[in-house]
Design a protein. Structure first.
Length: 240
């Protein structure tokens, strides 16, 4: 079954809004794992507006499932952080300075040489690497040339089309991209705007999908449904 990695950035945003340590991010991570999540995802950004770099160091000590750190590897501070903490997986995202949220994948053709060097840097430390990519065949094929272990398909366009009632059209590019990844011996992850409405349709069409990373939608649902219940509802959507 596809694994659910819960992105806990929003808990850090709430904590930072008032200062202090409420909610306690470490306790959140412990509880989320005990509630059934298969992993914890964080995405530290240079301005530390949610996850702080110090959080990542502390979280590493208490993660008992899988730890996935997302971020912009063009920031040396991010590279140093990942190499120092050695998470199970690093997901490389081509964010720009001050970007609100990730909104595009890597141009793996243009940046192939750079990514090849960067991927090797992390893999030397035994860290699994995933590249954030759009569902474009050429980008997936070029990703394989970088030496990455996986690609994470950027699913915003799928989510938008799904909500417009065009789910059959929405899934086509993702199935094709996932098949290319599979044929290239790449694992397939996915993330961005996946939720309780669109998740099952997505993963049922890509049964070899290995992991989804979900934060914003899951936390929004948890406000109404409760965190433990929400995690189980998401995991149910991932069962084929």
């Amino acid at each position: 079954m596809t694994k659910l990695s819960v992105n806990i950035n929003k808990f850090a945003t709430l904590r930072n809004a008032r200062g202090g340590n409420n909610p306690d991010l470490l306790q959140v991570a412990i509880d989320v794992q005990q509630m059934g999540a298969d992993g914890i995802t964080v995405h530290p950004r240079p301005d530390e507006r949610h996850i702080r770099y110090s959080d990542v160091v502390s979280l590493k000590k208490i993660i008992t499932t899988e730890f996935n750190i997302e971020g912009n590897c063009r920031e040396q501070k991010f590279i140093d952080l990942v190499l120092a903490t050695c998470p199970d997986q690093v997901t490389l995202v081509p964010d720009e300075q001050g970007q609100l949220t990730s909104d595009h994948g890597w141009d793996t053709i243009k940046h192939r040489d750079y990514l090849k060097e960067t991927v090797a840097l992390f893999k030397e430390k035994g860290i699994r690497v995933s590249l954030f990519v759009d569902p474009v065949p050429e980008m997936v094929r070029a990703a394989a040339d970088t030496g990455t272990d996986r690609v994470e398909l950027y699913t915003e366009q799928y989510a938008k089309q799904f909500s417009a009632g065009k789910e059959k059209e929405a899934i086509v590019a993702y199935v094709e991209a996932a098949k290319i990844a599979q044929a290239s011996s790449l694992g397939v992850n996915a993330g961005h705007d996946l939720d309780l409405q669109n998740l099952h349709f997505f993963c049922s069409h890509i049964p070899w999908l290995q992991e989804v990373s979900i934060g914003h939608a899951l936390i929004c649902d948890a406000l109404y449904l409760g965190l433990s219940n929400t995690i189980q509802l998401y995991k149910r959507q991932l069962s084929h």
